[in-house]
Ligand binder design. Structure first.
Ligand code: HEM
Length: 565
């Protein structure tokens, strides 16, 4: 009988899994053990002999997160051991002291062979997968791409342009005030809207190319990301993919081909620019085409800066440059779109928070209007929103107005959403040498360390008894202003090891600032202009995440946009 027919039969598949697990179990019996005070670590309730926690890992992803949370409730901050057939021995850490130690000892805790092996087909040698010199080089190129000057152009030109475009599209189908229950009202998917904005921003700034959420490449990338995640959950992935992985393989081919094209096209544009520059040495800013107005010129001036920087740093290896470039899509485009989606979801569930954002905007606009030293910021106009794409000026005012420091309440909402729905919900590192954690847990070389921002962010031991409640105020405090008459709201920061949403240590997320700028501009702009009426039962079951390395909302975020009166 062919192996495929054995695996397709449930009893056959179970038998093969059992045989493989038994083999691995016996092979692992002689390995050095994970201990604390000379004793084996506790294991989660429901751990079974040989298969360990393997069956739990086969559950849908959102159920796996819940399981991590339940384990955290059971063990508190105690480090515990988990085992999954085919994976090296592993521990789960929830204690911020341990995580701080991991963040501060990059050389001891690396991505490692396990992570690299499972995500190799998607990430190759890109920054998410790389350790050592290759990682350092890509980080340097990324720092250049995310420089203060580039972020200013992102804030002042790119975001107003792409957000403006999306807002006009929403406005065209938005219902007039009071008509949201009309059965003809157009239902839109806000996740799609955010993904479109971040695709365009990243496409232009990072790669100097048009990128849209509905294109073939994006669909391929999403599929491949889902399949890569499943590898982390399914110990038999290398067998099942032989039979069921044809779409995955096709997606990877599409991704590689687009990656190659990005590099090729960047090289060609550079060559053309160099030629043009020698002919007309006077126009340094006009690198990739004509610019109609100053915002466009600024944008054109930095577009493609990631890919150019990667080519400069990594040299001629086209595959390596393409891998490095595409890692930024998962890191930068998807995370931000998802974070904004969960934020709007929580705002739909908590109307009082939406009202407070509106109040913050009103006060901000009033303070600008009474400040005689500066011209009043123009307000949005409905007529402009519903006109065709003439984005000149309409949104530029918000770029200056809606910055993280000026909208602390909005940022608190964003941070509270990141806490409850971290876009990277699950992390893995592997020990390069035997090591003892601050809580005394001894880990042999090769041990896998798991931590789940999802469960740590919901830990009562870290966040108090209301850890599972949406409460943006936990992020705010009143700071005395210079004249001591006024107090202003300021956002609290938390140590990375307590709030590991952006990772920490030397591998702290490079795009944190970019994400914050985007949130500070996008959330108030949308909330000020539209009311979003949920196209789902807000009091019903919680929305869940789809299968991915990050945290997309399954089936998107359906809603009806209503113009505010
Ligand atoms: C809300 C949005 C974001 C969140 C929650 C987030 C979170 C994270 C996390 C958890 C990591 C560590 C992942 C790992 O262990 O491999 C990471 C790494 C990284 N992020 Fe972000 N990120 C966000 C936005 C961005 C943006 C906008 C960019 C850039 C365009 C970006 C670029 C990167 C890069 C390059 C790394 C790898 C850093 C390194 O390994 O040295 N991220 N991010």
């Amino acid at each position: 009988m062919a192996l495929s027919s054995i695996l397709l039969h449930p009893a056959g598949a179970a038998l093969v899994t059992l045989a493989l697990s038994l083999f691995l179990y016996l092979a692992s019996a002689r390995r050095p053990r994970i201990t604390r005070s000379g004793q084996a670590l506790r294991k989660p309730p429901g751990t079974v002999p040989i298969l360990g926690n393997g069956l739990i890992f086969l559950r849908p992803r959102h159920k796996l997160f819940d399981w991590f949370s339940r384990c955290e409730q059971h063990f508190g901050l105690e480090t515990f051991e988990i085992s999954v057939p085919t994976l090296p021995p592993g521990v789960v850490i929830n204690n911020p002291e341990n995580l701080d130690y991991v963040f501060k000892n990059e050389a001891l805790f690396q991505k490692g062979d396990l992570f690299r092996q499972l995500s190799w087909d998607l990430f190759g040698n890109g920054i998410i997968n790389a350790d050592g010199a290759l990682w350092k080089a890509q980080r340097k190129a990324g720092l250049h791409f995310l420089s203060a000057e580039n972020l200013k152009v992102l804030n002042d030109a790119a975001l107003p342009a792409y957000l403006g475009k999306s807002m006009r599209q929403i406005a065209r189908t938005a219902a007039p005030p009071g008509s949201e229950r009309d059965s003809n009202a157009t239902v839109l998917d806000l996740q799609h809207v955010f993904h479109e904005i971040t695709s365009q921003v990243m496409g232009k700034l990072a790669y100097d190319m048009e990128m849209h959420t509905g294109d073939e490449f994006t669909a391929a990338f999403e599929h491949a990301s889902g399949c890569t995640t499943e590898r982390f959950q399914n110990p038999l992935w290398f067998i099942t993919e032989v039979f069921f992985g044809s779409k995955f393989r096709q997606s990877l081919r599409t991704i590689r081909s687009v990656g190659g094209n990005i590099v090729e096209s960047a090289r060609e544009k550079r060559a053309q620019t160099a030629k043009r520059d020698t002919n007309t040495a006077d126009d340094e800013a006009d690198k990739s085409g004509s610019a109609a107005h100053s915002g466009d010129a600024e944008l054109d001036g930095i577009s493609g800066s990631l890919i150019y920087s990667l080519i400069d740093t990594l040299g001629e290896d086209k595959k390596l440059v393409a891998d490095a470039a595409l890692n930024y899509l998962s890191a930068g485009r998807d995370t931000v779109a998802q974070a904004l989606t969960w934020t709007m979801y929580l705002l739909m569930k908590h109307e009082s928070a939406t009202a407070q954002i509106l109040e913050e905007i009103t006060q901000l606009r009033a303070s600008v209007a009474t400040d005689n030293t500066r011209p009043p910021a123009p307000t949005f106009q409905h007529e402009r929103l519903t006109q065709p794409d003439d984005d000149e000026g309409t949104y530029h005012s918000t770029a200056e107005l809606f910055t993280p420091a000026k909208v602390p309440y909005t940022m608190a909402v964003f941070y509270e959403s990141l806490r409850l729905y971290p876009p990277v919900p699950f992390e893995i590192k592997q020990c390069t040498a035997a090591v003892t954690l601050p809580d005394g847990t001894h880990l042999p070389q090769g041990t896998v360390i798991f931590w789940s921002p999802w469960s740590m962010n919901r830990s009562r031991a870290i966040w108090g008894p209301d850890a599972e409640t949406f409460r943006p105020e936990r992020w705010l405090f009143q700071e005395e202003a210079d004249d001591s008459e006024n107090k202003r709201l300021v956002l609290k920061t938390r140590p990375a090891a307590e709030f590991p949403v952006f990772n920490g240590g030397q591998r702290l997320c490079l795009g944190k600032k970019m994400a914050e700028l985007m949130a500070a501009q996008i959330i108030p702009s949308l909330v000020e202009k539209f009311e979003f009426v949920p196209g789902f039962d807000v009091h019903g079951e919680e929305r869940i995440s789809g299968s991915s390395l990050t945290l997309p909302m399954k089936d998107g975020l359906p809603c009806v946009a209503v113009l505010r009166g």
